[in-house]
Ligand binder design. Structure first.
Ligand code: FAD
Length: 409
């Protein structure tokens, strides 16, 4: 059993860290305040090879692994602990891979090279106003008319809407719609590569809007409204009525990277707490770190963070065994337990680390000047939802452990 990263992985992480400490760390606060990731930064991150990392080079990806993607996302979140840039990066690694696995050749060549270069975005559009956890109950419909599907429905709390629609050359999502009657449940859902913007050109009968979120402001969260919006048949991702299964694969891969983002954000909060605990002096000039009430919560976060990081790397390695090394005897479904367990731990330690940083700062934490609130609100997005709630993660872990016949959603 080897708990170490390989030399190449360490070098990759260090080079990403160096790039981001110059390009991202100095501006994450202004990005959060101004509610935007500059297009030029997205382009530069693409040039640096931070998107479509596991996608093969012949499709414009980096020909890397999910572990490398996780290391990149961890570093992005460490350098933007409000996690906005990390969300953009993780989505732009997981969902392009799903398009690579199941998309039509022509569509892959249209979308993936632009994603890889930092000039395109490909995320996930699953959640509907009626609720995100019950994917099988979704009501957006796709009606086939010749070689076209007409899609009607609303997707909400969707990440990357402004970036896709207004900033980049191309923006789209893996969008799930119903192609069989509701009685078919999860067996009646189909996945589409819905491209909302190609060089400023938008599909007809389609509108979008941006929501007023409370944190991780630099990446937008929005709503997509389709009203008979036409999509050509070639944009089908996988076979008709297989969309639920493909979505579940994508969610597991994305959860590995969500977990990596939370690890990076937690590391930032931990270091912020340590720095402040050393500097702040009270009771006759003693650093507050000398009080166990301050140092013990920091120690607890540090210990739990190490454990969570190992779990996240393990989940990424399992993704690599399944998808990159294609080890025999493993199926996509084998990732579900690890991805969900990693998300439970990583999100909870990130929120705990943010809380400990806030408490260590005391009243200063409650000012905009301290900026730790931006980290707290960013990681909060993953405590309340985004790529599946913590309860849904527990459901998956329980189902995998105890069995589908016993554990029902
Ligand atoms: C900032 C942000 C960005 C997001 N980006 C995207 C995106 O890009 N694409 C996308 O498709 N979605 C996105 N989402 C939506 C996200 O995936 C949903 O929040 C998530 O799927 C949960 O859906 P919901 O919020 O509608 O909660 P609901 O499904 O309404 O659930 C409400 C509560 O009930 C609990 N619950 C529901 N069912 C069960 C059950 N069976 N057992 C136990 N508890 C249960 C949930 O855990 C939750 O606590 C985003 C969300 C946020 C906050």
């Amino acid at each position: 059993m080897d708990f170490e990263l390989s030399q190449d992985e360490k070098l990759f992480k260090e080079s990403v860290h160096e790039f981001l400490s110059n390009e991202l760390a100095p501006r994450w606060i202004s990005m959060d305040a101004q509610r935007s990731i500059p297009t030029e930064l997205i382009n530069r991150m693409g040039e640096q090879g931070l998107f479509a990392i596991p996608v093969p080079e012949e499709y414009g990806g980096q020909g890397g692994t999910f572990l490398l993607a996780a290391l990149a996302v961890e570093e992005v979140a460490y350098n933007d602990p409000a996690v906005a840039t990390a969300v953009f990066t993780l989505l732009n690694n997981a969902w392009p891979y799903i398009l690579y696995l199941y998309g039509n050749e022509e569509v892959k060549q249209e979308v993936l090279p632009l994603v890889g270069k930092g000039r395109g975005f490909f995320g996930i559009a699953s959640t509907e106003p009626s609720g995100g956890s019950d994917v099988a109950g979704e009501s957006t419909v796709a009606v086939k008319e010749g070689l076209i599907y007409k899609i009607t429905g609303e997707k909400t709390y969707i990440s990357g809407v402004r970036e896709s629609m207004e900033q980049l050359e191309l923006g789209g999502w893996y969008l799930i719609a119903r192609t069989a009657p509701p009685e078919a449940g999860h067996r009646g859902l189909t996945g589409f590569a819905f491209i909302g913007n190609r060089k400023g050109e938008r599909p007809p009968n389609f509108e979008y809007s941006i929501l007023h979120t409370i944190g991780r402001h630099a990446i937008s969260t929005g709503t997509l409204r389709l009203n008979g919006t036409p999509i050509e048949q070639k944009y089908l991702v996988g076979q008709e009525n297989r969309g639920f299964y493909i979505a579940m694969e994508g969610f597991s891969l994305a959860r590995v990277l969500v977990s990596a983002a939370n690890i990076g954000a937690a590391q930032w909060a931990l270091e912020a707490a340590i720095d402040y605990a050393r500097q702040r002096r009270l009771f006759g000039g003693r650093p507050i770190a000398s009080f166990q009430g301050v140092s013990f919560p920091i120690a607890e976060v540090a210990s739990r963070l190490q454990a969570a990081r190992l779990l996240v790397y393990k989940a990424a390695q399992i993704a690599d065994k399944i998808y990159i090394k294609k080890e025999t005897g493993l199926r996509p479904h084998d990732l579900d337990f690890w991805a969900s367990a990693a998300k439970i731990e990583a999100v909870e330690i990130a929120f705990k680390a943010a809380e400990v940083a806030m408490k260590t700062y005391g009243a200063f934490a409650f000012t905009e000047e301290a900026n730790v609130f931006r980290n707290l609100l960013g990681v909060l997005s993953y405590l309340v939802g985004a790529e599946g709630t913590q309860n849904i993660m527990r459901y998956i872990v329980a189902r995998e452990l105890i069995g589908r016949d016993y554990v029902k959603g």
